[in-house]
Design a protein around this ligand. Structure first.
Ligand SMILES: *Cc1c(COP(=O)(O)O)cnc(C)c1O
Length: 435
């Protein structure tokens, strides 16, 4: 399995951009030779227990025989074919599964190529819907602070205005309406003042707002904030009252991660438009989907344009659709409810000791997500190196050390991840930038 040739790390450093890094002062990158189950094997010989599921996506782990089989079977038929004027079994089967498993009103599926693109499509759907209805002036979006919806321009324009790249791109980004981020925690009481504040924003801005876009229950990249379902319920009620569409971005939370199949189920609400991605293909390749209701799809189609103005080259990629079908079948076969429940308990048990540390502000767990919030920003390069010495793959950002492991992780794997966080924080205080 191991590559014979060492990876040309110098070329990588000099020529290849990695996520959110500098081309002159890149953070270190570690060459991977292969990955298997929930373990990552570095070319240097280390075996790392994965705590990240490759950013929420590899829920069944790596190199899974059933997922491999789905890809190779499809590969023998065709890896890709244009979706304009043609269709194929993997796309049809996948959309059948998605329509069946997502909230009942969501009946129409748009297959896109990445999470950010599915957000772009969702925004287009909302704008085109109101245009088709002859409703003028609804050209803005409303969204909570501390959100994250992707890196393309429309998606970026609804990310947190302080922590994202808003100031850098001032003049390029459309100005939207930002409302206060959810405050009441998932396990706390809901503060009714939040509902009153939201209402004020809806009263003042509804005439110019096409849609409210939100990550249901977990604001992830904006702070790993687990918020109260009543916030989402309130937003749903206000959207109905003020004629605003609700877009729920389930790209991170979908497919069981928060303990329900989709996070909207915690609040028992239905969105008008929903984005899914990340775990959709079990982390095998890039694919996303935007789902909407009959009402919106028909509205758009009967409007002036008559069509939804979007159509990526690799739309409905058969390989990606085939592996997505297999991943969804595995979710059921593996009894994901039980997998996530066990992870929830072991994450709670394993991260609890961190709560006692002076450098730790808060430890929180929801579904199969565990967060250790520390007092100072983490030195990513330094802490990563220590984690590798402890045999784990964890990649923190800001003041957040967080875990969203593959669902197949055993209690012992989770124990190892929790112990590594505890040990690194106690033995290497320099991993936090205490200025
Ligand atoms: C990751 C993510 C996106 C962007 O998806 P990409 O596939 O990286 O474009 C959008 N919204 C949420 C909530 C995400 O977690």
């Amino acid at each position: 399995m191991n590559n014979k040739q060492p990876i040309d790390i110098e070329f990588d450093k000099n020529h290849i951009w990695h996520p959110y890094t500098s081309m002159t002062k890149p953070l270190p990158v570690y060459p991977v030779s292969h990955a298997e189950e929930n373990f990552i094997y570095l070319q240097s010989g280390e075996k790392l227990t994965d705590g990240m599921a490759s950013w929420w996506s590899a829920i069944h782990g790596y190199n899974h025989p059933r997922l491999n089989e789905a890809v190779t079977k499809q590969l023998a038929k065709m890896s890709h074919i244009m979706f304009g004027g043609l269709t194929h079994e993997p796309a049809v089967e996948l959309c059948k599964l998605l329509v069946a498993m997502t909230p009942e009103p969501l009946q129409k599926v748009f297959l896109a190529d990445s999470g950010s693109v599915s957000v772009e499509v969702a925004i287009k759907m909302a704008l085109q819907y109101w245009l088709s209805q002859g409703v003028k002036g609804k050209s803005k979006l409303m969204t909570p602070n501390k959100g994250y919806h992707g890196d393309t321009f429309a998606a970026m324009s609804v990310c947190d205005p302080v922590n994202s790249m808003h100031s850098m791109y001032q003049g390029f980004l459309p100005q939207h309406v930002f409302v206060p981020a959810p405050q009441s925690g998932f396990f706390e009481h809901f503060d009714e003042n939040e509902a009153h504040t939201l209402r004020d924003y809806f009263v003042r801005h509804h005439h110019e707002v096409a849609a409210f876009i939100v990550e249901p229950i977990v604001q992830n990249a904006g702070g790993m904030n687990f918020y109260h379902p009543d916030y989402l319920k309130t937003v749903r009620t206000l959207c109905d009252e003020f004629n605003i569409l609700l877009i729920c971005d389930e790209i991170a939370t979908g497919f069981g991660r928060t303990g329900t199949l989709f996070a909207v189920e915690h609040a028992n609400i239905n969105p008008d438009i929903m984005c899914i991605g990340k775990a959709l293909t079990g982390g095998y390749m890039t694919l996303s989907a935007t789902l909407t209701t009959n009402k919106i799809a028909i509205g758009i189609s009967e409007g002036e344009a008559g069509v939804l103005m979007h159509g990526p080259t690799f739309m409905g990629n058969p390989l990606a659709c085939a592996v997505a079908c297999a991943s969804i079948e595995l979710l059921q076969a593996n009894n994901w409810q039980n997998q996530v429940a066990v992870l929830n308990k072991t994450l709670n048990d394993s991260l609890l000791p961190c709560q006692a540390l002076e450098s730790v502000i808060n430890v929180r767990v929801l579904g199969a997500i565990g967060v250790v919030e520390v007092s100072h920003c983490v030195d990513v390069a330094l802490i990563q190196q220590r984690f590798i010495e402890y045999g784990v793959w964890i990649r923190p950002f800001g003041r957040l050390i967080y875990l969203m492991p593959p669902y197949i992780s055993t209690p012992d794997d989770i124990k190892q991840l929790g112990q590594a966080i505890f040990d690194v924080l106690t033995q290497y205080p320099e991993v936090l930038k205490r200025e």
